[in-house]
Design a protein around this ligand. Structure first.
Ligand code: DUC
Ligand code: ZN
Ligand code: ZN
Length: 476
C-alpha cells in the first residue's frame, strides 16, 4: 500500500475552498490537513512514497461522468470507443468514474443485456465504472427483472420516448415501469423526445430532398422535447417515481423541469457540454444546409438554435439548480464508415458526439467566463453525480474515508483541443476542434494510483472496478 501527499493546493468542494494538504494511504483519503502540518511530529512530506506539489492549483474530487455509451450498438454500427479507450480518455480529462448504459434490446432478457455489458467492461476499464440499465422492451419479463437490479448495484434505469422500433417505450409501458421503479426506489432516467412525431417530420423532410445533417435538428424540434418532458413529468408525478431527464437541450424543457421542481417534485435534469457551446447554425449547419460536415454533431436531443437562446438557458439552469448535472452522453462515431452511413439521408447518421475527455475542461470555462462558481463546477461534475446515483461518500468528495479519486487542476495552464493535439478518444475527428481552454488537468489519481502526471498516462486497463451503487442520495 503506498502513500501520497498533495501539498499546498486549494481544495475545492461543492460548498467551499481552502488551502490544505491531502493525505492518501492506499486507496483512500485519510486526512485533509492544515498546509505543512506535521502529524504527531511526523514530517509527512518526507515519509510518503509520492509527493505532489499543488501550490497555486486546485485539488478537486475526480470527475464523474454519469452518462456514457461505450461500444453502444446504434444505427447498424457500434460507438467507436471501447471501455479501454473511452475510460483512458476519461482519465486524461480528469474523470475518474463513469456510469455507462447496459442495454437490454427489445426481445432480449434484461439479465442477458447486463451480462454482456459486464463482459465488455470487466478487466478493461482504466477508471471505475458503474451501469445504468436501459430497458429497451418493457414487458412482464423485464418488469420482473427490474426487481433484481438494486441487488446488482444498478439503481437507475433508462427509458426512451424516442427511437420507435429500437429502444422506444409507449406511455403504457412507461407508466408500468415507473410504478415498478417507485416501488423499488430506482431512479427513472428518461430520453424525452416524442419519437413517433419526430419520425414523421424526418420522413417529410427527406421526401422534400432535405437530406443533410442540418435537418436532423429541424426534425427534432424543441416542441418534441418540451412535450415529452412534460409527459414524463406527469407520469412520474402520477406514479410517485423520481425522474431524471437526460441530455436536456431545449429551454422549454428546462422550464418544464423548473415548474415541476417548484411544485416540490423529485424531478431532475442533466445537460451536456454540446448544449452549452454548440448550435444548430454553427455545427449542424457547418458546410451549408446540404453539406455533410455537420454529421460530426448529429446527436439526440439535437444541437439547438443559438438565436433562440437555448445555450444561455442551459447555463442559467445550471446556476439555479433547475439542471443539476453535466454529463457528456459520450457516444463517439468516426466519420469514415460510421457517420458516412447517413450520406444522403440524415436519418441514417449514427447519433452521438465524443466528449468524455473534455467535460471537466469545458465546464471549467464556465468558471473562467463567470457563468459558474468554482464550487458549482465541482458540484455539477462530481458531487451531484455521486449523490444522484448513490456513490456519495465513496466518490464525489475529498474527505477522510473517501476513495482517493483526485484531480490537480492548474488554472494557469492551457489546453488546446484538437485531433492532432490532445485527443485520446477512438475517433477520426474531434467535435471540439479548435477549442482553447484556460486551465489544464495536471494530475489524475484514481483510488490512490496516479493515472496521469507530467503529460504521461501511467494507468492501465483493468485498474477500474465495477461500482455497486446505492439508491439515490438526492431526493428531497
Ligand atoms: N443520443 C445520442 O446522441 N446517442 C446515443 C443515444 C441517444 O439518446
Ligand atoms: Zn438518450
Ligand atoms: Zn445517451
Amino acid at each position: 500500500m503506498s502513500t501520497l501527499l498533495i501539498t499546498g493546493g486549494t481544495v475545492v468542494s461543492a460548498t467551499g475552498r481552502t488551502v490544505a494538504d491531502v493525505l492518501v494511504d492506499g486507496e483512500r483519503i485519510v486526512a485533509v490537513l492544515q498546509p505543512g502540518s506535521t502529524l504527531l511530529g511526523h514530517d509527512l512530506a518526507a515519509a510518503v512514497d509520492t509527493l505532489i506539489d499543488a501550490t497555486g492549483k486546485y485539488v478537486i474530487p475526480g470527475g464523474i461522468d454519469a452518462h456514457t455509451h461505450m461500444e453502444l450498438p446504434f444505427g447498424g454500427t457500434n460507438a467507436s470507443d471501447t471501455f479501454e479507450t473511452g475510460t483512458t480518455a476519461a482519465a486524461w480529462g480528469g474523470t475518474t468514474s463513469i456510469i455507462d448504459f447496459a442495454v437490454q434490446k427489445y426481445g432480449e432478457a434484461v439479465e442477458t443485456g447486463l451480462a454482456a455489458w459486464h463482459e465488455k467492461a470487466g478487466g478493461n476499464c482504466a477508471v471505475d465504472y458503474g451501469f445504468h440499465q436501459i430497458i429497451g422492451g418493457v414487458d412482464e419479463q423485464s418488469l420482473k427483472a427490474m426487481e433484481t437490479l438494486v441487488d446488482e448495484g444498478i439503481t437507475s434505469y433508462k427509458l426512451f420516448m424516442a427511437y420507435p422500433g429500437v429502444f422506444y417505450s409507449d406511455d403504457a409501458q412507461i407508466l408500468k415501469a415507473m410504478q415498478k421503479a417507485a416501488e423499488l426506489g430506482l431512479m427513472t432516467m428518461m430520453h424525452a423526445e416524442n419519437g413517433p412525431a419526430i419520425d414523421v417530420l424526418a420522413e417529410q423532410l427527406y421526401n422534400q430532398g432535405k437530406t443533410g445533417p442540418y435537418y436532423h435538428g429541424i426534425a427534432r424540434a424543441w416542441q418534441m422535447e418540451e412535450e415529452a418532458t412534460h409527459r414524463a413529468i406527469m407520469l412520474a408525478d402520477l406514479t410517485n417515481a423520481p425522474l431524471y431527464v437526460v441530455h436536456v437541450s431545449a429551454k422549454q424543457a428546462v422550464a418544464q423541469l423548473a415548474a415541476a421542481r417548484d411544485r416540490g417534485k423529485n424531478v431532475f435534469g442533466e445537460t451536456c457540454p454540446q448544449y452549452l457551446y454548440l448550435s444548430l447554425e454553427e455545427q449542424l449547419g457547418a458546410g451549408g444546409k446540404d453539406g455533410f460536415e455537420g454529421a460530426k454533431w448529429v446527436c439526440s436531443t439535437p444541437l439547438r438554435s443559438r438565436e433562440e437562446g437555448h445555450q444561455d438557458a442551459m447555463w442559467q439552469g445550471l446556476r439555479t439548480n433547475d439542471l443539476q448535472m453535466v454529463s457528456t452522453d459520450h457516444c463517439p462515431f468516426c466519420m469514415k464508415d460510421q457517420k458516412e452511413l447517413g450520406l444522403g439521408d440524415f436519418r441514417a447518421i449514427p447519433n452521438g458526439i465524443g466528449s468524455i475527455e473534455h467535460r471537466m475542461d469545458l465546464l471549467y470555462q464556465g468558471v473562467v467566463t463567470g457563468e459558474l462558481t468554482l464550487e458549482r463546477w465541482v458540484e455539477l461534475t462530481s458531487t451531484t453525480p455521486a449523490r444522484m446515483f448513490g456513490l456519495y461518500g465513496t466518490k464525489g468528495v475529498i474527505a477522510p474515508g473517501a476513495d482517493a479519486d483526485l484531480v490537480v487542476y492548474d488554472p494557469a495552464g492551457h489546453t488546446s483541443i484538437g485531433y492532432e493535439k490532445t485527443h485520446h478518444m477512438n475517433m477520426d475527428h474531434s467535435a471540439w476542434e479548435g477549442f482553447e481552454i484556460d486551465g489544464h488537468v495536471d494530475v489524475v489519481i484514481s483510488r490512490g494510483e496516479v493515472l496521469v502526471s507530467d503529460g504521461t498516462f501511467h494507468g492501465r486497463a483493468g485498474h477500474g472496478r465495477f461500482l455497486k451503487r446505492g439508491l439515490t442520495q438526492y431526493l428531497s
